[in-house]
Design a protein around this ligand. Structure first.
Ligand SMILES: C[S@@+](CC[C@H](N)C(=O)[O-])C[C@H]1O[C@@H](n2cnc3c(N)ncnc32)[C@H](O)[C@@H]1O
Length: 459
């Protein structure tokens, strides 16, 4: 399905101002069309957001970029509108997810492949569990093995291994990726999917104390059940679902989404890479719509993503190392800081006075964003715009004023910032660390009530 190009083509600078004053919440809008819901992803923005700017500020065939593409919302919207989509992310799951979401596949071939795969995997579980145990034993290094043993019950591991084995037999990379993503989607969900994690949307997932099999039998923590008060049980007791069944359901859902990719014929270009050094020529992009991570690692992508990436062949130590390189990370050893403009320096200094390490982490964040904005400025064509969606962070009770600091940094680099829009978040719908009780006004909830959409214009 290709959306009709809008009739409301706007000149870029005036268009930016007008659009940023319009409603940007999209709370009642349907976000689940096409392949948008193939897999959960933390802090993705509603598709209507990039869609609005793509429709009004670009024409069919023009180049749209998201240098921190996450689940590829901007890229999918660009393709649906007949624009050429460019994307980059440092996270391996973001790459897999976006690749699958943008790739139109022959549905009949997927159905046939799925039938074979599911049948063989079930047969392995029913008849060959010894072989599955052997594979599980030799699949990983010791750290990854330990991680898997801690977070997945043995019966879950057997089914996941059977599915993985069958997926690995698929030679067509697009088909294999489609099924890898469906496998990942059975693990990474708000409720922790088929793993023993209680909640992967929280900043720090915890393992349930008691696990029941699908048939109701307690398979872990029987001794702990009696001491758990009734009111706490829903956070600590989990009935595990069958990965084979969850996988089959997920494939059916994703097959429906594929219908809407039929007829897409504009190309897309994806790179695993760093937004601070984009693999793109200067003056080549017509519009950027992106949302960088929050300052101070408020959403730790790798913490949830490693639950499926470990199954997909990434050693756990390697993932922990990679995590340090994400924008907003907390490690500052060997980090090369940028000079920041005056107001931003003042905010960093105020936080530094309260808490020196936190101030340094914020300095790191604004340094990384300086480099990312410099790259956005370089690759944009003159007379074009970048929309950067950011949340506010509160450190030591002080608002880091991310939107004002990034606007100031952008201006110091040569951008104009004609307007900053505001959007209220719909916390029920986003996969966010929103706290166990909705009414508890934790610091993290307060800072995630709203977002700003900064309009950067390259003169
Ligand atoms: C808020 S998410 C983007 C969500 C996206 N707008 C969506 O709708 O799914 C931020 C993304 O920035 C990525 N990221 C972090 N550091 C990066 C870097 N140095 N270069 C590129 N991407 C990076 C993260 O992996 C994450 O996917």
């Amino acid at each position: 399905m290709i959306f009709e190009p809008t009739t409301r083509q706007l000149p870029c600078r005036e268009g930016l101002v007008a659009l940023l004053h319009e409603e940007l919440d999209f709370h009642d809008a349907d976000s689940s069309y096409a392949s948008h819901n193939f897999h959960a992803f933390p802090a993705k923005f509603p598709p209507q957001l990039p869609r609005k700017f793509i429709a009004a500020l670009t024409r069919p065939g023009e180049n749209v970029l998201d240098p921190m593409m996450g689940s590829g919302t901007t890229l999918l919207e660009a393709l649906l509108a007949g624009r050429v989509a460019f994307g980059c992310d440092i996270d391996p799951l973001a790459l897999l997810l976006t690749y699958v979401k943008l790739t139109a596949l022959d549905k009949n071939a997927i159905v046939t492949q799925h039938y074979k795969l599911a049948m063989h995997a079930q047969a392995l579980v029913n008849q060959d569990s010894d072989r599955l145990r052997q594979w599980l034993e030799h699949q990983w290094d010791s750290a990854t093995r330990e991680f898997i043993t801690y977070w997945f019950a043995e019966e879950t591991q057997l089914e996941l291994m059977a599915l993985l084995h069958e997926i690995e037999q698929i030679t067509n990379p697009a088909f294999r990726s489609f099924f890898e993503l469906a496998l990942s989607a059975t693990i990474i969900t708000k409720s922790g999917g088929v793993s023993l994690a209680f909640d992967l949307a929280h900043t720090r997932p915890h393992r349930v104390k008691v696990a029941r099999s699908a048939t109701g039998q307690i398979i872990m923590g029987e001794d702990k059940l009696a001491s758990l008060p009734e009111s706490r049980q829903r956070y600590h007791v989990k009935t595990l679902r069958s990965p084979l069944e969850e996988f089959n359901k997920r494939v059916q859902i994703n097959l429906k989404g594929l219908n809407e990719l039929d007829g897409i014929d504009t190309p897309h270009y994806l790179a695993r890479g760093n937004a601070q050094a984009l693999p793109l020529p200067t003056d080549s992009i017509d519009l950027i719509v992106t949302s960088p991570p929050y300052a101070s690692n408020a959403i730790d992508y790798m913490r949830a993503h490693k639950f499926s990436l470990a199954w997909l062949g990434y050693p756990i130590d390697h993932l922990s190392e990679r995590r340090k390189t994400y924008i907003g990370g907390e490690s500052i050893s060997d980090f090369s800081f940028e000079d920041l403009p005056s107001n931003t320096t003042q905010i960093v200094d105020t936080i530094r006075q309260q808490d020196a390490p936190k101030g340094a982490v914020l300095h790191r964040y604004y340094s990384e964003m300086t480099r990312a904005l410099k790259e956005m400025l370089r690759v944009l064509k003159p007379g074009k715009a970048a929309l950067v969606v950011v949340g506010t962070s509160v450190m030591r009770g002080i608002d880091t004023q991310t939107q004002n600091c990034l606007a100031e940094i952008g201006q110091a680099l040569g951008f104009e910032v004609p307007a900053i829009g505001v959007r209220r978040l719909d916390r029920d719908r986003r996969m966010m660390p929103a706290g166990l009780k909705v009414d508890r006004e934790s610091q993290i909830q307060q800072r995630m009530h709203k977002e700003h959409v900064i309009g950067f214009y390259k003169p």
